[in-house]
Design a protein around this ligand. Structure first.
Ligand code: ATP
Ligand code: MG
Length: 568
């Protein structure tokens, strides 16, 4: 490929809105362009990398026995009503009507569509197991699209769905996908971990997330030397309960606390440590409004709150719901006298009494004792794990690191097959629910994550398997016929060997060409200068290590070929 014919513009400036390095570099290297918030075009160079990731994913999926299909992006509302998700998927689901006034959505995921397909096709246990996947465009109306294609609204996902006759089969399918994902992300050159995860809005019984380790990651992972790893949303917090003696705890006391709201302000006011306080948070869920108390130095975990009451949604209540539950503005909720059920985080068992809001503006209670001053609806693990908390498996303190979720696998069980009636006839001719799993990979997010992990101040550093081109040939004097003839000779020989080459035939200053080669991140650079040519030498430079060497012209092709094939 000749650079002069490539549709690309590289830029020296970062886009103003870019917060993370991959977004900056993808924009500057001309890999993507923005159409609207969270909606991007992949430019030719970017698309080459994206297609390579897709190819790696396809091969991984096909090897694991999955078969490719392509489902529609537009999905009828009826299916979502059957699964129950039309009502609770929320605003991420982009809904619209067709000319007949029928409701549709842009598919954010395809459980409904695939389950509908399978319930129509599958009759007998003989047709199972089956695993179907697609690489297709999804739409999610993300509340805050950001980081370029990492959290966009329109994005390409590989989604796979497995169908088995029983639980054991479903677990085997799940295991195969876990293995396939490991090999896919390894081939993409990523440093990643698979961690236990909450099963979220898709639901189901258990799941793992594949996390690329990066400081810019939006997720937090708790990890332990023993091999335990979990998203902090999911990670259990274990406490040794030592019930304190509450016999001498003074009685409940109402205190005026003018203009005191935040935990720090309350702690200051009462001259208490944050762990002697309790935050009371009101949550709106599809199972009703509830309140949750966690220690002042802990954070309530909405995923755990949701699972506690078996809800599909649990979010911090609006000002209006808070007022209804407490009779006070936000910031003064407390467990005593609140009008909704209060659940307590288990850590509060170890405190004799605590301070919390009194459901009235500018007042707090001190010496609150659960069971004496109010009746808890229940005790549960409701907080986020923190660095230093004991590992739920071995009790060693865990560490917390940041990660980007590139893939997610779920064991769904019969959640969708029951709702949509996806059944098969077993060997005895009895109708049974199909047991499902679902498995996603964000293709664009995988690409962006690779850049997050592989870059320096000069630009992208692609791992060979997903680089848009493997080699860049950089003739310094394009007007010099001999130089160009040599460059084209190397290009055509390498291409014949199947190496992907970008030939920078532009009549630009060497500095400009070097900068662009670095920014674009092509793994191997071959520089041809007229002086070197006279000595029969070219310069070969590895983008990743910066190592340069002089190579005889006769050896350039075999050297580059070997270098590339060893890294594919
Ligand atoms: P997140 O927690 O990041 O929103 P999710 O749990 O909603 O992700 P899944 O529904 O499991 O994601 O989707 C499968 C994969 O699709 C994710 O692992 C991720 O790689 C990718 N993905 C999800 N949302 C986006 C998005 N807005 N932009 C780009 N990729 C996405
Ligand atoms: Mg999401």
């Amino acid at each position: 490929m000749e650079y002069s014919k490539l549709f690309i513009t590289t830029l020296r400036e970062d886009p103003a809105e870019a917060e993370v390095i991959s977004h900056k570099l993808m924009f500057r290297a001309g890999l993507i362009r923005k159409l609207a918030a969270g909606i991007y075009t992949y430019m030719p160079a970017g698309l080459r990398s994206l297609r390579k990731i897709e190819k790696i994913i396809r091969e991984g999926m096909n090897n694991a026995g999955a078969q490719e299909v392509l489902m529609p992006a537009v999905q009828p509302a009826e299916l979502w009503e059957e699964s129950g998700r039309w009502d609770y998927y929320g605003k991420e689901l982009l809904r619209f009507k067709d000319r007949h006034g029928r409701d549709y959505c842009m598919g954010p995921t395809h459980e409904e569509v695939i389950t509908d397909l399978v319930r129509r096709e599958v009759r007998s246990y003989r047709q199972l197991p089956a695993n179907l996947y697609q690489i297709q465009t999804k739409f999610r109306d993300e509340i805050r699209p950001r980081f370029g294609v990492m959290r966009s609204r329109e994005f390409i996902m590989k989604d796979a769905y497995s169908f088995d006759t029983d639980n054991a089969g479903a677990e085997e399918s799940y295991g195969k996908m876990k293995e396939a994902y490991n090999s896919i992300f390894r081939r993409c050159g990523l440093k990643f971990v698979a961690v236990e995860a909450d099963s979220g809005a898709i639901g189901g019984s258990f799941s793992h997330e594949f996390m690329v380790l990066a400081l810019s990651g939006e997720d937090e992972i708790a990890a332990c030397e023993c091999g335990y790893g979990a998203n902090v949303e999911k990670a259990e917090v274990t406490h040794d309960h030592v019930e304190p003696d509450r016999s001498c705890t003074p009685g409940l006391q109402l205190c005026d606390t003018p203009d005191v709201r935040t935990i720090e302000e309350v702690a200051d006011f009462f001259q208490a440590a944050p762990h002697e306080l309790a935050k009371t948070l009101v949550f709106t869920t599809d199972k009703g409004v509830i309140a949750v108390c966690v220690r002042g130095d802990h954070e309530a975990n909405p995923a755990k709150v949701k699972n506690l009451v078996g809800a599909n949604i649990a979010e911090l209540a609006s000002e209006e719901d808070v007022r209804r539950a407490t009779g006070a503005p936000t910031g003064f909720a407390g467990p005593v006298g609140i009008k909704v059920p209060v659940y307590l985080d288990r850590a509060l068992r170890c405190t004799a009494s605590f301070i919390s809001g009194a459901n009235k503006a500018d007042v707090h209670y001190r010496n609150i004792v659960p069971g004496r001053d109010f009746e808890p609806a229940g005790w549960a693990d409701l907080r986020f794990i923190k660095a230093g908390d004991p590992c739920p498996r071995c009790k060693t303190p865990v560490t917390v690191a940041r990660g980007i979720e590139v893939g997610h696998i779920f064991k769904l069980g019969t959640k969708y097959s029951e709702k949509l009636g996806a059944v098969y006839l077993d060997a005895e001719g009895k109708e049974q629910n199909i047991v499902m799993g679902c498995y996603g990979i964000g293709v664009g997010r995988t690409l962006a994550s690779s850049i997050e992990q592989n870059n320096d101040e000069n630009g992208i550093i692609w791992p060979v398997p997903i680089a848009p081109w493997e080699v860049i040939i950089l003739p310094l004097q394009v007007k010099d016929e001999e130089t160009m003839a040599e460059a084209r000779r190397i290009e055509s020989k390498l291409e014949k060997l199947g190496v992907e080459v970008l030939l920078d035939d532009r009549d630009e200053r060497p500095g400009v060409k070097f900068k662009d080669a670095d920014l674009l991140g092509i793994p191997l650079r071959i520089t041809l200068g007229s002086r070197g040519l006279k000595e029969g030498l070219a310069e070969v430079k590895e983008r990743a290590t910066g190592i340069e060497s002089k190579v005889g012209l006769a050896d350039i092709v075999p050297t580059a070929f070997q270098w590339v094939t060893e890294r594919r």
